[in-house]
Design a protein around this ligand. Structure first.
Ligand code: ATP
Ligand code: MG
Length: 380
């Protein structure tokens, strides 16, 4: 190995179901990219932190797991979720050490995803959405042509409705009382606002829409409004507007071309970005980045889809969401031109095929992966 080449150490956490299939495909594409480009290379280390392991060990991340991750330049993540989780009424705790029959969805979230995002200060979740060449929106063409949907959703990733504060009492009384407290801090809101404005500044339209529900939630959401108003003064070139989250779903669906950069709380952006993914064509395409903008810790890149137990093990998952996520990782590592070229290769394949079933084709994961690798050989 030429010592002048850049070496990037990547932790891979494939997870469960199609998470493992699309992560393997993404690694193949990244290796091909490095091989053809020749100025950098990747070294991958795999972490088998899955629901299967949770059932055997009682935890997702070993006690020193976060520290292990800190030495990497980035993390490539697949998906976690147990095939049994939707049936399960199991009251499993992330701290249980016995073998567990199944793993409810909230356990994989609280046992794995949230500790990762919080411990690695990944306080921003970025979800770009657009209609890739050769794919189309389920919206009518008059409402949403190929160029009418080009958004980036900035999701607050560290506090808000997913803070985990709350509890359940009076369970034995027959009228259980549960609280779920949203936590909003000035520091937390300011940093996500600045990130959103910075993102808007880098995009051609320089347009930012802030989403809240401040007509009904009069503390945290009002603080969002106030801080938005303050931070806005530092960015006179950004055109801004505000939307209530309910009205926002209507605007996304009926007037997609009026939106560009969007900033919202953890819960609101979670929901809006699933809607965005669906409106852009397929959940199998959409990428996401969990970023630590301070770059103190590695950032994490993952397709937004889950483990898809219904198609897992068949080798037919669409790997494009994982490829796009990998491209975002390459961009975050500072290789912007390479990232653009990789996106070009991915879109050449979504346009000319082969395509997986969710995009109306009949190809499997392997065929799409090979096609993207061939494009990389041709285009780079
Ligand atoms: P989890 O519990 O892990 O969140 P889920 O089944 O709730 O899994 P997804 O995995 O996101 O949620 O799947 C939702 C639907 O979209 C499923 O029918 C699945 O088959 C389909 N799907 C998701 N990702 C892909 C993909 N990459 N390629 C093809 N279909 C996909
Ligand atoms: Mg799910």
């Amino acid at each position: 190995v030429d010592t002048h080449e850049k070496l990037f150490r990547i932790a891979s956490i494939p997870g469960d179901g199609i998470g493992t299939e699309v992560t393997e495909a993404a690694i193949q594409v990244l290796q091909k990219l490095a091989e053809v480009d020749g100025t950098f290379h990747f070294e991958f280390e795999h972490f088998d932190w899955s629901s299967k392991n949770f059932k055997e060990r009682g935890y997702y991340i070993p006690p020193d797991g976060i520290d292990q991750l800190k030495k990497f330049n980035a993390i490539l993540f697949g998906a976690v979720g147990s095939p049994d989780s939707n049936k399960g009424q199991t009251q499993a705790k992330a701290t249980d050490t016995k073998r567990l029959p199944d793993v409810p969805d909230h356990i994989s979230l609280w046992g794995l995803m949230l500790p990762l995002r919080n411990s690695l200060t990944q306080y921003v979740n970025v979800r770009p959405t657009r209609i890739l060449r050769g794919t189309s929106s389920p919206l009518r063409a008059e409402v949403c042509g190929p160029k009418d949907l080009d958004w980036v959703i900035i999701r607050e990733n560290s506090e808000g409705e997913y803070s985990g504060h709350g509890g359940t009492t009076h369970a034995a009384s027959g009228n259980a009382v549960a609280t779920e407290v949203s936590i909003f801090t000035q520091v937390g809101i300011e940093r996500i606002m600045r990130f959103a404005f910075d993102t808007a500044m880098l995009r051609p339209r320089k347009k930012l829409t802030m989403v809240t529900k401040s007509n009904a939630q009069r503390h945290g959401m009002v603080l969002w409004d106030q801080i938005f108003h303050e931070v806005k003064k530092e960015y006179p070139d950004v055109e801004t507007d505000k939307m209530l989250v309910d009205a926002m779903t209507v605007r996304m669906t009926l007037k997609p071309q009026t939106l560009d950069t969007i900033v919202a709380t953890n819960l609101h952006a979670d929901i809006l970005s699933d809607l965005a993914a669906a409106l852009s064509g397929s959940i199998g395409i959409a990428p996401s980045s969990n970023l630590d903008p301070t770059r103190k810790h590695p950032s994490m890149f993952e397709p937004i889809h889950g483990s898809a137990p219904d198609i897992a093990g068949q080798g037919i998952a669409n790997p494009v969401g994982a490829f796009w996520s990998a491209a975002e990782m390459v961009r975050w590592l500072g290789l912007e031109e390479v990232a653009d070229k990789l996106m070009e290769c991915i879109e050449n394949v979504t346009e000319a095929g082969p395509r997986t079933r969710d995009l109306g084709g009949s190809a499997n994961t392997k065929e799409v992966t090979e096609a993207v690798c061939n494009e990389i050989e041709k285009q780079l």
